[in-house]
Design a protein around this ligand. Structure first.
Ligand code: DAT
Length: 177
């Protein structure tokens, strides 16, 4: 959101692609302070959901409540929104949208390690193969602010964070008052 103190960076991707891992490292390495919001955790902590689905082990989010909760945080700027979807946010919020991608066999292992039920692993794996989150990002934001990055190993993580840090430096220069 232009004019804010720091950029608003959306990190999205299928569960397990590495959003939280990236957001944590980015918050540490950023040249300007960035607050990392794990949106899924926020939904649980602040009861921003309509119900919990036992079978899928997931929350049905109350989108209006969530947006009301996030609005002041986003307006203050300097924030990373870490969540597996990005299409509910107003388009004007985002300065950069990072979509993390992962090979599906690697992703399967990561989700198994989380002890997800089999059908939840399958659903997420299919979504990754079908590029659901990437399509969502591309249809919700201008092409020039959407970046697709591979997140399969530590080298990817480090290179991705270094690249976003460079982007933040140039964003900060462009937005100096
Ligand atoms: P997400 O927040 O997208 O659900 P995560 O950051 O919790 O994903 O990562 C899931 C697991 O995969 C976690 O054990 C860390 C590992 N991981 C993710 N991205 C990685 C990468 N680029 N290199 C090595 N491990 C990674």
């Amino acid at each position: 959101m232009s004019g804010a103190k720091g950029p608003v960076i959306i990190i999205t991707g299928t569960p397990g692609t590495g959003k939280t891992t990236h957001a944590q490292l980015l918050a540490e390495e950023s040249p300007v302070p960035l607050k990392h919001i794990n949106v899924g955790d926020l939904v649980k902590e602040k009861n921003l959901y309509e119900e919990y689905d036992e079978e899928w082990q997931s929350y049905t989010v109350d989108e209006d409540k969530l947006l009301d909760e996030l609005e002041p945080l986003v307006s203050a700027g300097g924030i990373i929104l870490d969540w597996h979807t990005c299409e509910i946010y107003p388009e004007r919020w985002a300065d950069l949208v990072v979509v993390l991608r992962c090979d599906h066999t690697e992703l399967w292992e990561r989700l198994e390690n989380r002890n997800y039920p089999l059908k939840k692993i399958q659903e997420n794996n299919d979504a990754e193969i079908m590029e659901v989150v990437l399509e969502e990002a591309r249809s919700s934001y201008p092409a020039e602010i959407v970046v697709e990055l591979r997140s399969e190993g530590t080298e990817d993580l480090e290179a991705n964070v270094a690249r976003i840090v460079q982007w933040i430096k140039s964003w900060t220069q462009d937005h100096q008052q």
